[in-house]
Structures are given as structure tokens and as C-alpha cells.
Design a protein around this ligand. Structure first.
Ligand SMILES: Nc1nc2c(ncn2[C@@H]2O[C@H](COP(=O)(O)OP(=O)(O)OP(=O)(O)O)[C@@H](O)[C@H]2O)c(=O)[nH]1
Ligand SMILES: [K+]
Ligand SMILES: [Mg+2]
Length: 494
């Protein structure tokens, strides 16, 4: 695991180097950092990037190895000449490197003393300083090696915790998402050029009248493509940040028992006392490759206990915000006549999901199936199938685990719908940032229609604004303000 930036680290690197770092980021500096994880490990990778990289390799290993070839070398301290380690050294001359600059890597033994010895040796060289978090990637961005969506993809890949997240991040890092926005920019630029040409030359009749009709059609098509892309029900964003799944229901239905069964540990207190859970208990889970934030909530009931009231308020709030609700019902509390069960459940669900905007996104869990006869279970099942308007339901026993596999399959299918398959179809936007700029761009294009017949200069301005918003997504426009936000999530050495 890669750890976030720790201030204490640069104390080890020598005082002059520290002062250099605090003075601000100097683009001309040569930077170095431990790029592999912290802590004892077999092999550690120290990366160097910047104009003094060749000097660094020569000073520590006496000689530059062949480009992009791993060479086994003795690594010595440039001043004391003490042998620090023997390891692989790689030399990546710019511009064909990750950062676009001259760079190098030292693959050394992962002991803390070896690592700090090599870092100190590098810090003792003129023009070298420890890298800030994300600084290698920042340089790659400045060198035009990655656009912002690719940088974000790389950041997401480092933080990916499930398979589906990894797939989505890899795709974004490879530029799939950036290419869509780039393609739209090119199309929009063409429209703008045509409108400007029309403004400049139409009076001299050097340009055909039909050209504006072509622009109309192109802008309309662009707007449609953008709006479709926005209408993705937040699939990509959800996959990136985790699907919010809430367990809700009446007291003692077995909500906390369900949480514990799914997380395979006693995360929440289970007891026969109604109203046991008050706080929201949240556990991150990987279900079939999809990231889930599962929360157990207080049982919903009218109560005079002010602490429990607060618990109920928080539970309702969670239900409102959730992408998916697992509504747990105690089978022994259902009407004894199976025919009445569907109507009872419909009313029950309405009272639980009353404010939820995702009313369709619900799975009904009929719990404590171990307490009813197989015959009654069958009758309830038939009644539910006949009723039709009750959401998908599944019988479960948290005591015998009967029905768990069915529930997991149901859950997995639902998650697939909510997140989409990151490898199929066109890539989804993954951040609110993308959504905001895209919406602005779509709105700006309406300005084109608004002024098209009144004032072409203002209409062209709409296209220009749309183009600017698009450019902000990939970082071709106004990257500065967003860079710090993106790179704060990066780690040292990346
Ligand atoms: N027989 C049986 N008992 C169950 C089952 N699931 C839960 N229980 C019992 O039901 C009681 C309540 O379970 P909890 O998991 O605490 O229920 P809850 O919905 O979290 O309750 P509150 O937090 O109070 O709202 C406990 O005594 C559990 O052991 C089940 O599948 N079968
Ligand atoms: K309970
Ligand atoms: Mg509970």
C-alpha cells in the first residue's frame, strides 16, 4: 500500500533539501522519492526525474547504463564512497520517459536503512530534492504525456480496491474517456470556425449560405451526444466511489444480523431487544468485484426515546441517499393469511421508502425463514408472484444462512446495473467535475441557438464558452486551479 505524504520524511533527507522543498515547487529541480510502498519489503524502487538524473546515476553508480535496460550495479554514497547496496539501475532518457524528462530508477533491497541511505545519498547531490505528492505525474501532465482525465485514471488505479474499479480506472488512464471529450472539442472547434468564417466573409458573398445550417445540425448532434453521456445515472461515479447500500426495516427484523453475515464479522450489536441499533454502522465491502458501502441503521418505529428518535432520523436520511435499499422484514410479523401479505408489504415498503427518490432500487428480504414452515413459505411466495407489484424479494435466515446465495446473486446483478460494466460500451464519466463542466458546455451551446438569428457574434461566443468548458475536463484550459485538488490524492513517488 502506498502511504500519503508524511512531513516527517524529509527530515531524513538533509536540511538544505528541506528548505528547497518548502520554498515551493521548482520545475527545474530534479526530484526523487521512494515509489514503492513504505515498510520492510523485498525490493524497493526509488525514482528520480529531472535534468540532474544522469548526474545522480553517475554519482551513485559510476557510469550511465544503456537506456531502458536493467543493469546490476553497486550503489555507493557519492561523498563517503560507502557501499549502500547492490541493485538494478534503469536509465530513461527524456522525452521518452513517463515524465518526459530524463529519469532513472534504483531497484534496491527494501530494508529501511538501505532506502534511507540511498535517499540521503540522492539528497546530498546539488539540484536534487525530495518529490512532493504526485509530482512525477504532475510533470508527466505538463509534458503533455497525460491529460487530466488520464491523470485521474492513474490516481483511481492506485486507489482501486475492487476488480470493477480497476477496470474502469485502467480504461480512463488509457485515455478512453479523454478521447471522447477531445473528439467533441474538435467537432465544436470546427463549428466555431465555420461561424466565424461566416461572420467575416458572408457580406462579400465568399461563403455559402448553407454553412450555418450545417453548423446547426452539428451543434444539435453534439448536444445530443453530450446529454446522452450525462444521462448515465451516475454509473461511473458510483463505481469510483462505492455504491451506497442501506439496510432498513422495523426493529428486530434482523438488520444487524444481516450486516454481520454479509461482512463476516460482528460489526454491529445483535440482541433480542428492539431498538438496539442507533448509530449508522457503515462497512465497506467488495461484492462480486463491485465496491459497496453497506450501512446498518436503527429500526424504524415511533418512539419517545430522544436518542432512538435521532437514530430513526439518521436511518431515514440514509434511505433517502442510498443507491439501493435492503428492506428487512421479520416473516413471523406478517399477516397469518398469505393472501394478505402482498398488500401488507406494499404498505410497509411505502412507509420505509417514503422519501426515497430511488424507490425502485430496493430488495425485500424476508428474514427468519427458519421460524416458519416450508408450507407457509411456499404460500407466501405464490402470493407475492401473483401480486406482481411487490419488488424482488428473497427469503433468508440469518441463523441457518439459508437463502444467502440467492441474495448475493440478486445483489450482484443489481450492482452490475447500478455501476455498469466498465469494459462494455463507451466509458462513463467518473467525477462530479466532469459532470459540472459538461453541463456548462451543453448550456453554452443553447446560447448558440438563442442568438443564431439575432446576433451571430453572441452565438459564436456560446460555442466558444462550450469549448472552454470541455477543455477544462481534459486540462487543456485552466488546469492550474484543478491540479492541486487532483494531486492531493496522490502519494509521494507517483
Ligand atoms: N430465528 C431467527 N432469529 C433471527 C434471525 N435473524 C435475526 N434473528 C434474531 O432477531 C433478533 C434481532 O436481531 P437484530 O439483528 O438485532 O435485529 P435488528 O433489526 O438489527 O434490530 P434493531 O437494531 O433493534 O432494530 C436477535 O435476537 C437475532 O438473533 C433469523 O434469521 N432467524
Ligand atoms: K435488536
Ligand atoms: Mg440492529
Amino acid at each position: 500500500m502506498l502511504l500519503p505524504f508524511q512531513r516527517g520524511m524529509d527530515v531524513e533527507m538533509g536540511r538544505s533539501v528541506c528548505e528547497n522543498t518548502l520554498a515551493g515547487l521548482n520545475e527545474d529541480d530534479t526530484i526523487f522519492a521512494l515509489s514503492s510502498g513504505q515498510g520492510r519489503c523485498g525490493v524497493a524502487v526509488v525514482r528520480v526525474s529531472g535534468p540532474a538524473s544522469a548526474l545522480a546515476v553517475r554519482s551513485l553508480t559510476r557510469g550511465l547504463p544503456a537506456a531502458r535496460t536493467a543493469s546490476l550495479r553497486s550503489i555507493t554514497h557519492p561523498q563517503t564512497k560507502e557501499l549502500l547496496d547492490r541493485g538494478l539501475v534503469l536509465w530513461f532518457p527524456g522525452p521518452g520517459s513517463f515524465t518526459g524528462e530524463d529519469s532513472a530508477e534504483f531497484h534496491i533491497h527494501g530494508g529501511p536503512a538501505v532506502i534511507s541511505g540511498v535517499l540521503q545519498a540522492l539528497g546530498s547531490l546539488p539540484g536534487l530534492r525530495p518529490a512532493e505528492a504526485g509530482e512525477f505525474t504532475r510533470r508527466a501532465f505538463y509534458a503533455g504525456k497525460l491529460d487530466l482525465t488520464e491523470v485521474e485514471g492513474l490516481g483511481d488505479l492506485i486507489h482501486a480496491e475492487t476488480e470493477a474499479q480497476r477496470r474502469q480506472a485502467l480504461r480512463q488512464m488509457a485515455g478512453d474517456l479523454g478521447r471522447i471529450y477531445q473528439d467533441w472539442s474538435v467537432r465544436l472547434k470546427r463549428c466555431l470556425a465555420h461561424v466565424e468564417a461566416f461572420i467575416d466573409f458572408s457580406e462579400e458573398e465568399l461563403i455559402e449560405d448553407g454553412i450555418l445550417n450545417d453548423v446547426d445540425a452539428a451543434v444539435r448532434q453534439l448536444q445530443m451526444d453530450m446529454e446522452n453521456h450525462l444521462l448515465d445515472q451516475r454509473r461511473g461515479e458510483r463505481l469510483r466511489s462505492g455504491v451506497q447500500v442501506v439496510i432498513a426495516g422495523s426493529t428486530n427484523a434482523g438488520k444487524s444480523s444481516l450486516l454481520n453475515m454479509l461482512t463476516q464479522r460482528p460489526a454491529a450489536i445483535v440482541s433480542p431487544t428492539a431498538g438496539t441499533t442507533r448509530d449508522v454502522v457503515e462497512v465497506p465491502l467488495d461484492i462480486g468485484g463491485y465496491p459497496v458501502l453497506l450501512s446498518d441503521t436503527a429500526g424504524l418505529r415511533d418512539t419517545t426515546d430522544s436518542v432512538e428518535q435521532e437514530g430513526v432520523r439518521r436511518a431515514r436520511q440514509r434511505v433517502e441517499l442510498a443507491d439501493l435499499s435492503l428492506v428487512v422484514v421479520d416473516l413471523t410479523q406478517l399477516p397469518s393469511e398469505p393472501q394478505q401479505v402482498p398488500v401488507f408489504l406494499s404498505g410497509h415498503l411505502k412507509s420505509i421508502l417514503e422519501h426515497s427518490s430511488h424507490r425502485r432500487q430496493c430488495i425485500l428480504i424476508l428474514n427468519k425463514s427458519d421460524l416458519i414452515t416450508a408450507e407457509l413459505k411456499r404460500s407466501i411466495q405464490v402470493a407475492l408472484e401473483e401480486a406482481g407489484d411487490v419488488p424482488p424479494a428473497c427469503f433468508l435466515s440469518c441463523h441457518t444462512r439459508d437463502g444467502l446465495l440467492d441474495l448475493l446473486t440478486m445483489l450482484q446483478n443489481r450492482l452490475k446495473t447500478l455501476c455498469g460494466d466498465p469494459l462494455i460500451g463507451s466509458p462513463s464519466l467518473t467525477q462530479t467535475r466532469h459532470r459540472t463542466h459538461l453541463q456548462k458546455s451543453v448550456e453554452a451551446l443553447y446560447q448558440y441557438y438563442q442568438y443564431r438569428d439575432v446576433d451571430l457574434v453572441l452565438a459564436a461566443e456560446g460555442l466558444r464558452l462550450g469549448l472552454t468548458s470541455l477543455g477544462r475536463i481534459t486540462g487543456r484550459v485552466g488546469a492550474e486551479e484543478i491540479l492541486d485538488i487532483i494531486f492531493k490524492d496522490f502519494c509521494i513517488g507517483k
